[in-house]
Design a protein around this ligand. Sequence first.
Ligand code: CIR
Length: 265
Amino acid sequence: MLALTRAVPRSIDRCELTHFAREPIDYARAVAQHSAYEEALHRVGCRVQRLAAEPDFPDSVFVEDTAVVFDQVAVIARPGAESRRGEVDAMIEALRPLRVLRFIEAPGTLDGGDVLVTPGRVFVGISGRTNPEGARQLAAHIAPFGFEVLQVPVEGCLHLKSAVTVVALPPDGGAALLINPDWISPRHFTDFDLIEVDPAEPAAANVLAINGHVICAEEHFRTRARLEARGVTTLAVPAGELARAEGGVTCCSVLVTDAPTHPRG
Ligand code: CIR
């Protein structure tokens, strides 16, 4: 598994904020926490490749929003925030040798943080960043590979994956969802085993499942205990500083499996 990341830019304190009030971000601490995150990716079996730094894009550490990678195709996003559109260029170059590329085109917008991939079914959050046209284009790009796409309205938070992510449950690795029911209605996910975040930790639903491990923000220790109680193997990383920029643990990487042998283009 390859994990694409990008360094925290010094301009992070000018990041986009939607639901959060602006608070100072300690740059050195954000950099240290981001390194710990990359180290965690390495520990769970990823090769970590950093894209070139983008000092002039304050949100460029949040690479997740620039692309959605499947085994068969990579869909390059068109971020909903205009200030973030230029972030996709380096991602295109990184993914070009690895996948067939498809693109979300205007008037579509789509942030990777709104795309929740479950076995066979992809949920797309219709949010302040992702519009129905972006979701429709994504659906057209991945339909040939058997993915059904369902649109889900997101109102309580920035992205769909701020409110719900996939965790694999032992012993068979079946998919469960970790969810904050105050931010997204559980009625969209009735076929899934749902684990709720601790109510004191509304942002805790954003976790990253990789190779039988679930990377969690260490600040969300109550929710982490809930996962451990279900037999999930967790790995905690400090994430409080980038959380002030409204980012979570999925946001800072794009994962690319090594498996595919598909034609390139
Ligand atoms: C933004 O508002 O775009 C950034 N400050 C945070 C993006 C977080 N990305 C993600 O959840 N996928």
